[in-house]
Design a protein around this ligand. Sequence first.
Ligand code: HEC
Ligand code: HEC
Ligand code: HEC
Length: 360
Amino acid sequence: MPWVPLQGAELPARFLGANACASSGCHGGGGPHQNQFLVWSVKDFHSRRPFATLGSARSHQIGETLQIAEPARDPRCTTCHAPLTEVPDARRGPGLQATEGISCESCHGAAEGWLRTHTRSDLTRADRTAAGLRDLKNLYVRANTCAACHQVVSRELLQAGHPELQFELDGQSVAEPAHWETRTSAPPAQVWFVGQAVALREMSWQLQSEPGKDAKLAARWGALVWLLQKLDGLQPKLPTLAKIPLQPTPEALRLAQVTADALARMGAELAWNDGLTREALARLAHSASDFSGLAEPGEAAARRAERLVLALDRLLGAHNSTAEAPLNLLFRQAQSIPDFAPAPFAATLQQLAEALARQP
Ligand code: HEC
Ligand code: HEC
Ligand code: HEC
């Protein structure tokens, strides 16, 4: 260090576009270690679909409500669906096109500062990060990268008909066609855990930043606090959420935002093992009494169930378990928020806990 003298012109780095990564000797080849461009451009929904979506009938409907004539040109939409549109002129390389959608640099960082050096074997991971290449192997960094577009969508957009977003790092990472070596990926349960903590931080921020009551978001927030409180003390070093009330008072939101961020940072650094996954699963599976005790159905309980079922699904997958029948029933029972009935859900949850206890 430093391997290239800083001359000012390099900073801030320019975005160069996916083609800059796509030569056949780099990431545009056909082999398993060089096919990233191919996987992204052919299979990954980030490459063309997000931009194309802005031209759809549904987008125009959303746009009409918000008085947006052309969603593909409005920053309220392009910020997530075509982020390269927002890059200022001074930072645009010659080949850059907004139609690339969510491109290599949207996740990995503007390439100018690291393009020529990132393959040098004498550089460390820290050197590359310092040059602007995001360390996506770090789960905290990765979760923040994805959550930037996958959790917070403004109430205004939701009311205009935009789909509700629910960030879940593990499921969404698996759903993205991998252009990386999965053999060295972090344990799925840990990926899930860090993602949930980041989702809570983002929701806490949103509830603080948007004035007025939002009952739906408040219920979703309370459900996630409830879920993560079940995992308090999973590992003694992690901060706990025990003091956070399930009602989003200003104080509760401030505390949740800070604690969730610390939880995500520290969760990403843990040496996760199967024991932690088993313990997390057992605690969540033994939460039937939190539902059977409820006299009234209501949105709060339904949102808990919704979060819980997705969590059990990820953790069971991670644990290679076969409690399939009760899990499928839980999915059906949690499917409709207005029709949610706590008692039968609690009974199935009890069955699931018993099935798990019978397993070796
Ligand atoms: C710059 C914004 C942005 C970033 C960063 C981003 N995404 Fe996306 N992602 C989108 C948009 C927008 C869509 C929706 C595409 C469409 O249907 O138009 C999407 C779609 C997806 C889908 C498909 C959703 C579905 O149900 O069909 C998955 C899975 C996904 N992203 C995972 C990830 C993961 C994992 C990361 C982080 C490594 C990530 N995304 C980072 C914006 C982003
Ligand atoms: C905070 C980031 C963000 C913003 C801002 C945003 N979107 Fe999205 N949008 C997403 C993501 C992520 C998805 C994918 C949801 C999923 O499938 O899980 C999505 C999905 C959609 C879909 C559904 C796609 C389908 O499957 O048919 C439409 C339509 C859409 N967005 C239009 C818009 C329009 C129009 C705007 C601007 C008014 C906008 N979006 C702003 C992130 C965003
Ligand atoms: C939606 C976000 C996203 C986009 C877009 C994206 N990547 Fe990635 N990429 C990731 C993540 C996350 C990882 C690390 C995953 C892991 O290690 O588990 C990764 C890993 C990689 C790796 C390391 C491979 C390995 O096995 O360690 C390379 C090389 C790479 N990406 C190149 C590219 C190129 C080239 C493009 C564009 C053609 C691209 N990426 C687009 C998110 C993205």
